[in-house]
Design a protein around this ligand. Structure first.
Ligand code: FEO
Length: 167
């Protein structure tokens, strides 16, 4: 069993992952309606990944004898001005998640909970990828700018992204 402080931190994080999953899902649906068939596949796919991040935490908490608490998700009703704005928000979101993971790692060290410290290393590595991925997409969109042909090709590339994980 872990300390109350660790449990609170892990529960907070699993709810953040759940929020991330909802955010990606909302964004996927938003871009799908705009006609971006490839980008929406990527975002739907990533929403599922975020759910697995949440599940991993739930199962770890249960394994250690803790009690999971799930928060209500607030309603999302956002209109993005552009794809650039959407991916800027995603990039900022991932940076925020990284900070929260780092904070949890700090707590686990402070509490001398090396099981949790070890468990969190997967998330540390994952966040390096998550930040790099959202930044790479944002950079590409900024490079493409208003070029409709470029956006069309980019959307097409994104359609296969979740299959080969490479752009
Ligand atoms: Fe689970 Fe995108 O961080």
């Amino acid at each position: 069993m872990f300390s109350e402080k660790i449990q609170t931190g892990l529960i907070r994080q699993l709810n953040k992952e759940s929020e991330s999953s909802q955010l990606y899902l909302y964004m996927a649906s938003w871009v799908e309606k705009k006609g971006y068939e490839g980008i929406c596949e990527f975002l739907y796919d990533h929403s599922n990944e975020e759910r697995t991040h949440m599940l991993k935490l739930i199962r770890y908490i249960n394994k250690r004898g803790g009690n999971v608490v799930l928060n209500n998700i607030s309603t999302m009703n956002i209109t993005y001005r552009s794809l650039r704005e959407l991916f800027m928000i995603l990039f900022e979101h991932e940076k925020k998640i990284s900070k929260e993971i780092n904070f949890l790692v700090e707590i686990s060290l402070h509490e001398k909970d090396y099981f949790t410290y070890n468990f969190l290393q997967w998330y540390v590595e994952e966040q390096v990828e998550e930040e790099a991925l959202s930044k790479m997409i944002l950079d590409k969109i900024e490079l493409i700018g208003e070029d409709k042909g470029g956006l069309y090709l980019f959307d097409r590339d994104m359609k296969n992204f979740h299959k080969n994980k490479k752009l």
